[in-house]
Design a protein around this ligand. Structure first.
Ligand code: NAI
Length: 349
């Protein structure tokens, strides 16, 4: 099923509004989800709506939160999200970080007490579109075995980075610190597809290809990915005085309670280090250089990070976004949610 960006935004906004969010916040979430779907990151797009709708309807996301922004120094601030939707809080916090980095060269803004905020590429691209470098990190629920461990401790703790190039193009890198994001397992489930045996382990700690048997995810590159997820947890959790490690709230445990998650935005103004045009030219040159690298056997070309997503976004603009049929059916139905997520282990079917 192919749907235009505008139509998809409208369907998501209506559903989340009916679940209890204000129209403004529902539209804010829709914008981030459609951004993800349009970039081909379906794991963080419309497929999440029913989960959000259930959490909103049950009160685990504040319907009309009282956001508080507090500057704690010339370049630092804390944004309290009052456990409203993370997407909107993280966007507004990035708006503030952009203003601060324009004035002072750098901004570090902690976003405290929020719900899930979706695909982090959205927020770092806000910075790149303002001719700044954006970095964003956030906590996520514990579902990853630390290197050498048999029990989950860290979340899929993503890291995103974007820097502006020329002609409105930017380089955007955005990844979970696991081999795959949890949403990719959900996406495989939604399409009834198997997964590579390098993504996750079953309840015995054995690699599995069945997305329904996944019991924990694996960090990227063993101890190195494990180290990165530790770093994300320190910067977006411990630094902000929030629960950390295995005490980070679960996405699916008690949908009546706020999640108290943390996110950290770091914005750097290139003008405080070099000439902005020189910087943007060099980023554009890097993008070109990478495309010009001779491809290895089996590859058509080298893409710069974020290139394939940007190309998908352009193609979807013309042809509409591809949405799995049952998700479209849910979005166009009168159902708010089917009570399918509360108190489920994230690894349950
Ligand atoms: P991914 O594996 O699809 O992509 C990771 C990075 O690799 C991207 O920057 C992508 O542009 C780049 N890439 C992929 N293929 C490439 C190629 N052939 N050539 C060059 N670069 C390439 O991303 P992943 O790890 O599955 O994460 C998906 C989304 O999940 C992200 O948007 C992330 O922010 C989000 N996420 C959000 C969480 C949350 O709690 N809010 C938790 C975990 C992930």
């Amino acid at each position: 099923m192919r749907v235009s960006k505008e139509k998809l935004k409208e369907l998501i906004t209506n559903k989340l509004n009916k679940a209890g969010l204000t129209e403004e916040h529902a539209a804010g979430v829709a914008d981030v989800l459609v951004h993800a779907d349009a970039r081909g990151v379906h794991s963080h797009g419309a497929m999440r709506v029913e989960y959000y709708a259930e959490r909103i309807a049950k009160g685990g996301i504040t319907h009309n939160p009282e956001f508080k922004f507090e500057k704690t120094g010339p370049c630092t601030a804390v944004f309290d999200g009052d456990n409203g939707v993370g997407h909107v809080a993280a966007k507004l916090a990035m708006d503030e970080a952009i203003k601060m980095a324009k004035e002072n060269g750098i901004a570090v803004v902690g976003v405290r007490r929020i719900g899930h905020s979706g695909a982090l590429s959205y927020f770092v691209q806000q910075a790149a579109e303002a001719d700044l470098i954006g970095i964003s990190l956030c906590q996520s629920d514990p579902m990853v075995v630390p290197f050498g461990g048999a029990e989950p401790y860290y979340g899929t703790n993503p890291i995103a980075f974007a820097a502006p190039g020329k002609d409105g193009k930017n380089i955007t890198f955005d990844m979970a610190t696991t081999v795959q994001a949890w949403g990719k397992i959900l996406h495989a489930r939604s399409k009834n597809e198997s997964i590579p045996d390098t993504w996750a382990v079953d309840s015995n700690g054995e690699p599995t290809t069945d997305p329904f048997k996944v019991n924990a995810l694996l960090p990227i590159s063993g101890p190195k990915g494990y180290g990165l997820m530790m770093m994300v947890d320190v910067l977006s959790g411990i630094l902000l005085g929030l629960p950390f490690g295995k005490n980070v709230s679960s996405m699916y445990h008690d949908l009546t309670a706020g999640r108290n998650l943390g996110q950290l935005h770091i914005v750097i103004n290139p003008e405080y280090f070099t000439n902005l045009n020189t910087f943007k030219e060099a980023i554009a040159q890097t993008m070109q250089d990478l495309n010009n690298i001779k491809p290895a056997p089996g590859y058509n070309q080298v893409y710069y990070p974020g290139q394939r997503s940007a190309e998908r976004e352009e193609a979807y603009e013309k042809d509409g976004i591809e949405i799995v049929d049952h998700i479209y059916d849910y979005l166009t139905s009168d159902v708010i949610h089917n009570n399918s997520y509360d108190h489920k282990s994230p690894f349950a079917k």
